[in-house]
Design a protein around this ligand. Structure first.
Ligand code: GDP
Ligand code: MG
Length: 163
C-alpha cells in the first residue's frame, strides 16, 4: 500500500515548493477528476529511499468562484479524505495568521495524522514564528525550509512511520 501525503495550508506558505522538491524532476500529474479536485496535483514523492504519493492542494488561490474560505475548506476536506498523512504548512517567517487558525480548526476535527510544518525556517527570522506555532495545538512544529531543502530528515521520519 502506498502512503498518501497531502500538503495543506493557506496560500504562499510554500506548499508547491515542497511538492516540487519531493517530486524532483518528474512532471506532476494533473488530476482530471471533475469538480474541485481539478485543483489538485499529485505525483510520486521521494525522500531518500522512501517513496509515497504526494498531493499538492493548489489552485484555490486564483479561482474567482466561491469564497476563499469555501475553496480552502473543500480542498482541505479532500486532502483529509484521501491522505494518510497531512502536512499542515505555515510560514514561520510570517507567523501564525488568522487563516492558519481556520485551517487548524478544520484539521483538528479530521481525526487524521496531522503534522505541523513551519516552513521558511532557514535563519533566525523564523524563530518567533516557530514559538507561535505551538499555539495551533498540533505539538512541536517541524522546522523546514522547502526552498533550501532543510528539515527533510524530519519529514522522512514522519512519512516512514506511516508506511
Ligand atoms: P504555496 O502557495 O503554498 O504553494 O507557496 P509556493 O510554493 O508557491 O511559495 C510561495 C513563496 O514562498 C515563493 O516565493 C517561494 O519561493 C517562497 N518559499 C517557499 N519555500 C520557502 C522557504 O523554505 N524559504 C523561503 N524564504 N521562501 C520560501
Ligand atoms: Mg501552490
Amino acid at each position: 500500500m502506498t502512503v498518501t501525503v497531502a500538503i495543506v495550508g493557506r496560500p504562499n506558505v510554500g506548499k508547491s515548493t515542497l511538492f516540487n522538491r519531493l517530486v524532483g524532476r518528474k512532471i506532476a500529474l494533473v488530476d482530471d477528476t471533475p469538480g474541485v479536485t481539478r485543483d489538485r496535483r499529485e505525483a510520486e514523492g521521494r525522500i531518500a529511499d522512501l517513496r509515497f504519493k504526494v498531493l499538492d492542494t493548489a489552485g484555490y488561490e486564483d479561482k474567482t468562484d466561491g469564497s476563499l474560505e469555501d475553496r480552502m475548506r473543500q480542498q482541505t476536506e479532500i486532502a483529509i479524505r484521501d491522505a494518510d498523512v497531512i502536512l499542515f504548512m505555515i510560514d514561520a517567517r510570517a507567523g501564525v495568521m488568522p487563516l492558519d487558525e481556520r485551517f487548524a480548526q478544520v484539521l483538528r476535527r479530521a481525526g487524521k495524522d496531522v503534522h505541523l510544518i513551519a516552513n521558511k525556517a532557514e535563519g533566525k527570522a523564523a524563530d518567533p514564528g516557530l514559538l507561535e506555532a505551538y499555539n495551533l495545538g498540533f505539538g512541536e512544529p517541524v522546522a523546514l525550509s522547502a526552498e533550501h531543502g532543510l528539515g527533510l530528515s524530519d519529514l522522512h521520519a514522519i512519512v516512514s512511520k506511516a508506511v
